[in-house]
Design a protein around this ligand. Structure first.
Ligand SMILES: *[C@@H]1O[C@H](CO)[C@@H](O)[C@H](O)[C@H]1NC(C)=O
Ligand SMILES: *[C@@H]1O[C@H](CO)[C@@H](O)[C@H](O)[C@H]1NC(C)=O
Ligand SMILES: *[C@@H]1O[C@H](CO)[C@@H](O)[C@H](O)[C@H]1NC(C)=O
Ligand SMILES: *[C@@H]1O[C@H](CO)[C@@H](O)[C@H](O)[C@H]1NC(C)=O
Length: 219
């Protein structure tokens, strides 16, 4: 099955960080392992302001369109945003392309993070290959218990603030909505396991959650 679920809130089960808290900008992967870009060719890093800070990641839907979290785009101009595709190294290698338009879901709610979905239209098209490839949106939420792969360059450890240079991945079970702390809506998906400390962590905002070859977009 191919497809991406646009799904958005992600429960962070790392105990130190309840999912929804003021100022929470992103989530990171803890308990993960190194991944190569060939394993996750649909992930891109998003860069704001031409600084060396990448705050969010996104997923490739087509040569010109990327999907990310709305909260990653709010307040930005397209001219502020570049993306880096085709690399598993943090802020290194790959190709860098500017954005031509940013779209925040009109129902995005900054307080609850409902409809936390946004699109980036690129100024020039990506060239697909083994390191750059699209993933499609899933048509439905995966069943509870389904294994999902979350990837990104977030902190390896919820208690440190060290971003890994190498792309990280972690496999998490989809869990019942009732296990998500904080606000949870129809547009959100919960994955993780409170007992084994594998979790997205701060810094994974906008990154993908994939089931098989399908992408369940997450906050
Ligand atoms: C969105 O919410 C966050 C956290 O509550 C807050 O820091 C931020 O200023 C808000 N942004 C806007 C555009 O309202
Ligand atoms: C993961 O990648 C980093 C950076 O390339 C490397 O230093 C580290 O040894 C790798 N870890 C493993 C377990 O391969
Ligand atoms: C997104 O990547 C940036 C680096 O590109 C990192 O700071 C942030 O934690 C990442 N979020 C994800 C999805 O890994
Ligand atoms: C969470 O992890 C524990 C220990 O690894 C395991 O027994 C349990 O089945 C897992 N829960 C889910 C929902 O996968």
């Amino acid at each position: 099955m191919l497809g991406v679920i646009i799904c958005v809130a992600f429960a962070s089960f790392t105990s130190a960080f309840p999912y929804h808290q003021p100022g929470l900008e992103s989530v990171r992967i803890s308990g993960g392992s190194n991944a190569t870009i060939r394993e996750i060719p649909y992930i891109v890093q998003m860069n704001q302001d031409y600084t060396d800070i990448s705050d969010c990641n996104a997923s490739i839907l087509s040569r010109l369109w990327l999907v990310t979290a709305a909260h990653c785009l709010v307040g930005l101009l397209a001219s502020d945003v570049t993306i880096r595709a085709g690399t598993d190294k943090f802020m290194k290698d790959g190709v860098v392309i500017g954005a031509s338009n940013l779209y925040v879901h009109p129902n995005f709610n900054n307080d609850t993070l409902d409809y936390d979905i946004g699109l980036i239209k690129l100024a020039s098209p990506l060239t697909f290959g083994p390191n750059i490839a699209p993933i499609s949106l899933a048509g439905a939420k995966p069943a509870i218990g389904t294994s999902a792969v979350v990837s990104g360059w977030g902190d390896l450890n919820a208690f440190s603030h060290k971003a890994p240079e190498q792309l990280q991945k972690v496999t998490l079970p989809v869990v019942a909505d009732s296990q998500c702390p904080g606000v949870h809506t129809e547009r959100m998906l919960c994955a993780g396991n409170s007992s084994d400390y594998k979790s997205p962590c701060y810094g994974d905002s906008g990154g993908p959650l994939a089931v098989g070859n399908t992408l369940d977009f997450f906050k």
